[in-house]
Design a protein around this ligand. Structure first.
Ligand SMILES: [Ca+2]
Length: 111
């Protein structure tokens, strides 16, 4: 193979990888998983402190599962795109607000 053919072959070989790097978010799953764990902990703390009623905790658990399902679905093809990550993290933002709201409303568990 002459030098020019080698360069062309290299360009073709690296093209898909470059395209993938643009659209995929390699750190997204770790970031999302980390946040899931933190939000889970916040719910558990809410139950322990009595700030969350059983019903509130149950509702928030559903929210956690919803986010988890979104992540599982996004990873079905093995790639988390930036777009998929954005959607999931938006859902996590909403979930975070819900956890805060439920922990600071008037409903507390009876102790
Ligand atoms: Ca995907």
């Amino acid at each position: 193979m002459n030098a020019r053919a080698t360069v062309i072959a290299l360009m073709i070989a690296t093209l898909p990888a470059a395209a993938l790097a643009q659209s995929s978010d390699a750190n997204a799953t770790a970031r999302i998983d980390q946040r899931q764990a933190e939000q889970q902990k916040r719910i558990e703390q809410g139950v322990q402190s009595g700030r969350l009623t059983g019903k509130e905790a149950e509702k928030l658990e559903h929210g956690q599962q919803h986010v988890q399902k979104m992540e599982d679905r996004a990873m079905k093809d093995g790639v988390m795109t930036r777009k998929e990550a954005r959607r999931i993290e938006h859902a996590q933002d909403q979930q975070s607000r819900k956890i805060h709201r439920e922990k600071h409303d008037r409903q507390h568990a009876r102790r």
